[in-house]
Design a protein around this ligand. Structure first.
Ligand code: GLN
Length: 486
């Protein structure tokens, strides 16, 4: 069953010629055919181009090319532009949009020999925490098909969990890689702002957006990260920092590493006791491995959700102004005059959550309200940045849950945006501060649903996050369990 392989395992078999990239890709496509009708992870499958890429990878491997990811089938969130392949962003307004160019991340994956099997489902324009805001379909959690997979990179997380790819790419503006990774029992990394190029990533909130990998284990995640990270002259916010070899940096144990536990996270409303318990146990595991756990304070935590839900919609309202039916995307054919065309196109093209955010954002940015909302939220953001800076003076890493509860039932929060927004309490601060965060499996609820542990670190300290996550994974076996999907 080659679809069950990790990237690391597949690399070995490909190199030893025990399997070909075409066979591996076929196995993954067969798996998709078998289970995706129930899970709904993919919006677009790229069978023909995937097999073509696999044949190319086989030639590359035969010629002794050491590219680490040659022949590895990977899924990509439908928010990254793929030349000649429809990129919908989960929205009707881009339902038939075929980009004329590749995102830098896609170019780098292809240069490394990756096989792109398809584009995964997501909340429309990445706004959401459950995938229920996709304009096209529901994605179900492979661990329990009556529950959400998390969002907005829910399709990517579900595809990895259900072995419908060996790894995947998502994007994270407030938690969209980490939260679905946590709900689906896989490993998800949100890198430092500027670590990965955003060129060709459809913009949601440009000061928060980052692309990040999802994988079956920390090792695989680090392999993908190494390929996509690094400076890109096409993205002026990408950083010229060198990219370390994350795997070399895995090291041994956690001796001498100080891990901070934010006191404010303990008294969060809506915390599920099973999640708290799993995170406390994870802390003990880390201590046994030599880490020293200390209490730290992030005093402005209670204001993070409010600040995020002003800043993200404000930036979104500005970014989404480009979908006006003129240059590309959907245009309402029945529109009469220009103003009517804008109105009808945007009313029909955008779903309710996107419209809600555009209205909130436009309001927050309008003259007379800007100071009270956008400016105030930006000030709070500065205080949150300072909180983290001070915390990192007394510790190297921070530990927290990823989400307050395990995956919730489909339909539970869809009518109640405020409770949906609270799914992100633990994750969105990292985006506001621009720091990296990783989600690793750290337990299961009584009902058998995965629980994720979040490890955050200072800017560009991904290597340390990977080291801690890898060490933790070595000491546990949560990442080895598979969902009961036949
Ligand atoms: N759930 C958050 C939101 O709806 C975060 C989404 C994301 O990270 N893209 O904005």
């Amino acid at each position: 069953m080659p679809h069950r392989l990790t990237i690391h395992q597949a690399q070995g078999l490909l190199r030893e010629k025990k399997i070909s990239a075409v066979e591996l890709t076929q196995a993954v496509l067969d798996r998709i055919r078998k289970v995706d009708e129930r899970v709904g992870a993919y919006i677009t499958l790229c069978e023909a181009s995937a097999l073509e890429q696999a044949r190319k990878a086989d030639r590359r491997i035969a010629s002794g090319d050491p590219s680490p990811l040659a022949g590895i089938p990977v899924a990509v969130k439908d928010i990254l532009c793929t030349r000649g392949i429809r990129t919908t962003c989960g929205s009707r307004i881009l339902e038939n949009f075929i980009p004329p160019y590749d995102a830098t991340v896609i170019q780098r994956l292809e240069a490394a020999g990756v096989v792109i099997v398809g584009k995964t489902n997501m909340d429309e324009f990445a706004m959401g925490s459950s995938n229920e805001y996709s304009a096209f379909k529901l994605t179900r959690n492979p661990w329990d098909l009556s529950r959400i997979p998390g969002g907005s990179s829910g399709g990517s997380a579900a595809a990895v969990a259900a072995d419908m790819c060996l790894g995947a790419i998502g994007s994270d503006t407030g938690g969209s890689v980490r939260q679905p990774a946590s709900h689906c029992g896989v490993v998800g990394m949100k890198p430092t702002y500027g670590r990965v190029s955003r060129f060709g990533l459809v913009a949601f909130a440009s000061s928060l957006d980052q692309v990040g990998p999802l994988a079956k284990c920390v090792y695989d995640n680090a392999l993908l990260m190494k390929v996509i990270a690094g400076h890109d002259p096409k993205d002026s916010t990408s950083a010229p920092e060198p990219v370390p070899d994350y795997i070399q940096a895995f090291g041994k144990g956690l001796d001498g590493v100080t891990v901070g536990v934010p006191v404010e996270y303990r008294s969060m409303v809506g915390m599920d006791p099973e999640v708290s318990e799993a995170v406390s146990t994870a802390m003990e595991t880390m201590e046994r491995m030599g880490a020293r756990c200390v209490e730290v304070s992030l005093p402005h935590t209670p204001y993070a959700v409010a600040a995020y839900y002003v800043i993200a919609p404000s930036e979104a309202s500005s970014n989404l102004a480009r979908y006006d039916g003129v240059k590309y995307g959907f245009r309402d054919p029945e529109a009469g005059d220009l103003a009517g065309m804008y109105r009808r196109t945007r009313s029909k093209g955008f779903g309710p959550e996107v419209q809600r955010r555009i209205i909130i954002g436009t309001y927050c940015l309008s003259a007379g309200y800007y100071d009270a909302y956008y400016r105030k939220a930006s000030q709070v953001r500065s205080l949150i940045v300072r909180d983290f800076k001070e915390a990192f003076e007394s510790c190297r890493l921070l530990l927290s849950p990823v989400a307050p509860t395990p995956a919730f039932p489909i339909g539970e929060k869809v009518e109640d945006p405020l409770t949906m927004y609270l799914s992100d309490v633990f994750t969105l601060s990292a985006n506001l501060a621009g720091i990296p965060g990783i989600s690793v499996p750290c337990g299961f609820s009584g009902q058998g649903l995965p629980i994720g542990l979040q490890i955050m670190g200072n800017h560009f300290d991904e290597a340390m996050l990977y080291r801690a996550a890898h060490q933790f994974e070595q000491a546990t076996d949560y990442h080895l369990k598979k969902p009961p999907l036949q």
